[in-house]
Design a protein around this ligand. Structure first.
Ligand code: NAP
Length: 285
């Protein structure tokens, strides 16, 4: 068997075309310039790279990117004041805080202070709670939203199927498990303390990997014909690697998201979709 590879680049391109039109229409009828504020503290290379990628996404769909950069030595109170200004500004529709931030800044306290209506990253407890309770409207974190969208576009049937998600972060694994649960999968959420992870993975009709350990999952961990979603993105000397042995798993799975070119390109386009929703709600309120 050789798995069909789910082309995240192609789907992201198609979605971007639609978003470009929707943002232009919103600007036309509401006279509003959709704007995403991206808050960074310090000058970490990874967050700088992520900010550039987000700016490119904003440019590609015709929305404003508003960079807010605070120095490393800034104090908690000042970051909270900056956030309060973004929360109340009518010209800002979405807010993201990029990680990592310096250790002396309490990230959880900042997240709790984001206006939930502008929380396009889906990290505020109200949005996380609404997702857990399956109560609209809420913002779903962009990475798992993109993974689900890829599966839906491929016509994957979720109902009653065994899903295993490896990794339980608030931003990828946990929301992915909830999205699968709401689609009526029987879900197992595995993590670093899971006993006999290979056996747990082998149960999965739908196996989702959000670990950050390159090639952790081998072909013999995968049930023949399973659908495999690989969120892993680790830069190694041999290039960008996912969480599974892509070549081996492709021989075992029926559908597989490639790394690179699978879930990665979907993330920023899903962020833009959340921003569209936030700006539409602002326009109608
Ligand atoms: P994270 O916060 O570090 O979480 C990693 C999870 O993996 C944790 O729940 C951890 O378990 C679990 N884990 C670690 N080692 C394990 C092992 N040996 N066996 C089983 N579980 C193990 O990472 P994240 O932010 O969710 O990111 C996960 C991966 O997705 C990374 O490669 C990241 O780069 C990638 N990512 C991709 C995108 C995209 O656009 N495709 C976006 C965001 C992240 P414990 O909870 O027990 O510690």
């Amino acid at each position: 068997m050789s798995a069909q590879l789910l082309d995240g680049r192609a789907l992201a391109k198609q979605l971007r075309e639609g978003l470009k039109k929707d943002f232009a229409a919103l600007r036309g009828y509401a006279g509003l310039l959709p704007t995403l504020a991206v808050l960074r503290v310090g000058d970490d290379d990874a967050s700088a790279g992520y900010a550039r990628a987000i700016q490119k996404s904003c440019d590609s769909v015709g929305v404003e990117f508003h960079a807010v950069e605070l120095p490393y030595a800034v104090q908690q109170e000042e970051v909270e004041e900056t956030l309060a200004d973004l929360n109340s500004s009518p010209s800002i529709h979405g807010i993201m805080i990029l990680e990592p931030i310096p250790a002396h800044i309490a990230l959880a306290a900042l997240i709790d202070r984001i206006n939930p209506a502008k929380d396009v990253d889906g990290v505020h407890p109200i949005n996380a709670g609404r997702l857990a309770a399956d109560r609209q409207p809420y913002f779903v974190p962009a990475t798992p939203a993109g993974g689900i969208r890829l599966l839906e576009a491929a016509g994957v049937d979720f109902k009653g199927r065994e899903a295993v998600v490896v990794g339980r972060s608030d931003i990828v694994g946990k929301p992915m498990a909830l999205l699968l649960l709401h689609r009526h999968c029987t879900v197992t959420l595995a993590h670093s303390r899971t006993v006999d992870l290979p056996a747990v993975c082998r149960r999965a009709d739908i196996l989702c990997l959000a670990v950050g350990r390159p090639e952790l999952v081998r072909a013999d961990w995968v049930k023949p014909g399973a659908v495999v979603v690989d969120f892993g993105t680790t830069y190694t000397e041999a290039g960008l690697k996912g969480d599974c042995d892509q070549a081996g798993v492709a021989e075992q799975a029926s559908l597989l998201t490639p790394v690179p070119g699978g879930t990665g390109p979907m993330t920023n386009v899903m962020l833009m979709e959340n921003l569209l929703r936030a700006a539409e709600r602002a326009a109608s309120s």
